[in-house]
Design a protein around this ligand. Sequence first.
Ligand code: HEM
Length: 268
Amino acid sequence: MAIVWASNCNESWKSLRGLCRTELFSSRAIESQAAVREKKVSEMVEFLAAREGKVVDIGEIVLTTIFNSLCNLFFSEDLLGLEDSKGKASGLKNHIWKLMEHATAPNIADFYPALGPLDPQGLKKRTVKVVTQIFSVWEIYIRERREIHESKLHGDTLKWDFLDVFLSNGFHDQKINWLFLELLTAGTETTTTTVEWAMAELLKNGEAMRKLYEEWNRDIGENPIIEANASRLTFLNASIKETFRLHTTLASLQSTAKSSLYRPASGQ
Ligand code: HEM
């Protein structure tokens, strides 16, 4: 376990959190990552524009975009394909949906902790299986990059993405696996659900949709998507805030926040 599901806030948790704060969540880090997000969002818009008038699964498309944006920050790789409903890396998309289902399913053992070791619904067993499948998808990237670090022959060739930062700070594979899994699930499900709710609310509210179109056409129009311009879109920002007010994204996770779904040996 890394940050979100850590069972206690010890020194290792604090240093991991500190590293994430500076390398991933600081204003400097967020600004420096803008180009990755702009690229991924532009790819998504292009993909959607090519399907104008057709039915699309917006949840799948947003999930792929967010997931790939994060994967690019972590490993400098896309692990999912917009065209590929299963996920090009050996069914990864299915594994992620399954993990989210297991993580948010009501677990009777949360209400009767004595039942925990019995795993009455088989949730723990299924979660362990799917987590192992997910780790096996990206372990090759970690292995290859670790070899480069250990060979000390990398010169200036390192990408200095999140993986390089963690390897150069001496993190072992399991720690990196758990951290990436936690960040990918924390970032993907929340953002995808928020966008799905925002779209659903806008489709029901023609007046709000019209105002959004007007604002977009006035302030952005046909210009390329630049993240720094998003702050100009006051109605869009208000719409997202209203979505948070109407649909608290994390409500579904609270019931499992302290669950004993999967507690591996300490140090993981
Ligand atoms: C709409 C999007 C998101 C929502 C609504 C959301 C919401 C939240 C909430 C309510 C918490 C708990 C805060 C607390 O305990 O005080 C949290 C924690 C966290 N979120 Fe998000 N989040 C979102 C996106 C993301 C993204 C994109 C990432 C990472 C890539 C992320 C990573 C985390 C992490 C690592 C924590 C644990 C922080 C800690 O305990 O130190 N979240 N999030």
